[in-house]
Design a protein around this ligand. Structure first.
Ligand code: NMX
Ligand code: MLT
Length: 439
């Protein structure tokens, strides 16, 4: 398999780099950790290693060094579309080089071979109560697949540490191949009562398959959105909850199914991936309260009412970014090019104009700008995917692309089990008292 060959070729030199850092430079200080960071959710503590992506606060994400506009330009495009092949992104994230069209297609072909879902997963999903949240179903399905993990099987068969990335890659290819099928089945079954298995067509790419299996009416348009959506949601460096949870659990040598289902559990939180569902629901509330797009003044007041009611404004703020999220910009551009007159797009644009002012006036949020969730649901809604609570599943399909690339490289580089040190409140107070004495 192409990804296997390319990773094998890079490994000896990369392992030497890590070995040199660990052995010769282990005592070089990166930076200090403050009390504020410890009580403040470990914000900005530089303590994770990932070459897959990096988030610059003033610029946003770079995937293997490429900004979003650069990435969208450089990656090979899907047949009949303007958006890149998702398989090309997986190649880039795994290998660190922009693939040729043939290389991207090889990844797509691998996915097509591995997309079939075992029968027990369908049975399990069908057996769940109708009102189960789709993120529960999604995470359950991922976890169930651990039964067939190549990694776990080989681990119990004396897997050598140096070779552990190989079954990790096999599992990651299998998992990412199956996710669109799982997601589409959950969608068709939960909201439309369909019981038949979605069919993955090997002649179509990942995005086009997803659009067909979802059964939306504008398949071409939705295939383009799906490609863009999965690419943009794939990774956001390693410290966000879903990426970090996946990495942490993977560091115990749990297989990628267990590790990613932990990531999905984190994604299901309203401050993380669930914000896209909350955000669209907030926009729809605005629309129904005012019977359409409100005036600037009415929206300003509504936003303040949300804050005064003790709620956050979903889709705004970020732990790292200090500028509008370039993923928001890319999705907004997509919408404005294709359906600029859509009422929700106009509303999301007005919110972009008003909410940062309100958040700045309130003075709490460090980043008053929109993040990706401020617009992602609006685009789904346009294509008829109007069931808000499904949106985090879509985020999850995309997120797997980045976090599994990280998982494979973590095994390839022999990264150890993660185990930071904790302190008690009293210990922190003592540190503070000592610092005051010395000042
Ligand atoms: N609306 C109201 N208050 C906010 C918002 C917001 N959108 N963003 C931050 N704040 C508040 C925050 O609750 C905190 O208040 P307090 O001191 O009372 O606890 C204060 O501002 C400082 O928070 P920050 O340091 O700016 O943000 P933090 O890094 O802690 O959290 C988020 C980042 C993204 C969790 C936060 O901005 C938020 O809750 N946003 C809304 C939910 C959201 O859009 N989440 C999606 C994240 C992106 N994703 O794709 O997953
Ligand atoms: C993400 O995509 O994971 C979010 O923007 C959250 C983050 O980066 O912290």
């Amino acid at each position: 398999m192409i990804l296997h060959e390319k990773i094998s070729a890079q490994l000896p030199a990369w392992r030497e780099r890590i070995k040199s850092l660990a052995k010769e430079h282990a005592n070089v200080v990166v930076e200090e950790v403050t009390v504020g960071q410890i009580v403040g959710g470990m914000r900005d503590i530089k303590s994770l290693l990932s070459d897959v992506s990096f988030v610059d606060p003033a610029e946003g994400i770079r995937f293997r060094g490429l900004s979003i506009p650069e990435l969208l330009k450089a990656l090979p495009k899907a047949r009949g579309g303007k958006m890149p092949l998702v398989g090309g992104l997986y190649y880039l994230l795994m290998i660190g080089e922009v693939p040729t069209k043939e290389q991207a297609q090889e990844v797509e072909n691998e996915w097509a071979k591995r997309a079939e879902l075992p029968d027990y997963v369908y049975k399990m999903l069908k057996a769940m109560p109708k009102d189960t949240h789709p993120m529960i179903l999604f995470s359950q399905a991922v976890m169930a697949l651990a039964k067939d993990s190549a990694f776990t099987k080989e681990y119990h068969n004396h897997l050598k540490k140096d070779a552990s990335w190989e079954p990790a890659l096999e599992d990651s290819m299998d998992l990412t191949a199956k996710l669109p099928v799982i997601a589409a089945f959950i969608y068709r079954h939960k909201y439309f009562g369909e019981r038949k298995k979605p069919k993955y067509n090997p002649k179509l790419d990942y995005g086009a398959n997803f659009a067909r299996m979802m059964g939306v009416s504008d398949k071409k348009g939705y295939a383009e959105l799906s490609r863009l959506y999965f690419i943009l949601h794939s990774d956001h460096e390693s410290g966000n909850v879903s990426a970090h949870a996946t990495h942490l659990v993977g560091s115990s040598l749990a297989d990628v199914y267990f590790a990613f289902s932990a990531g999905l559990s984190g994604l299901a939180g309203p401050l993380h991936g669930l914000a896209n569902q909350e955000c669209l629901s907030w926009l729809i509330d605005v629309k129904s309260k005012f019977g359409g797009v409100p005036s600037r003044d009415d929206l300003y007041k509504f936003a303040w009412d949300t804050l005064n009611g003790g709620h956050v404004i979903p889709g705004y703020g970020h732990a790292v970014l200090r500028v509008p999220d370039p993923r928001f910009t890319a999705l907004m551009e997509f919408a404005k090019k294709r359906f600029p007159d859509d009422e929700l797009v106009r509303l999301a644009d007005l919110v972009f104009d008003v909410v940062p002012t309100v958040l700045k006036e309130q003075g709490k949020a460090k980043d008053p700008a929109p993040n990706v969730d401020a617009i992602s649901g609006t685009l789904q809604y346009y294509y008829g995917v109007s069931q808000f609570n499904f949106y985090t599943v879509l985020f999850g399909v995309g997120r797997a692309i980045g976090v599994t690339a990280n998982y494979v490289w973590a095994r390839a580089l022999g990264m150890p089990i993660e185990r930071p040190k904790s302190l008690t409140t009293k210990m922190l107070e003592d540190i503070v008292a000592k610092a005051a004495e010395q000042a």
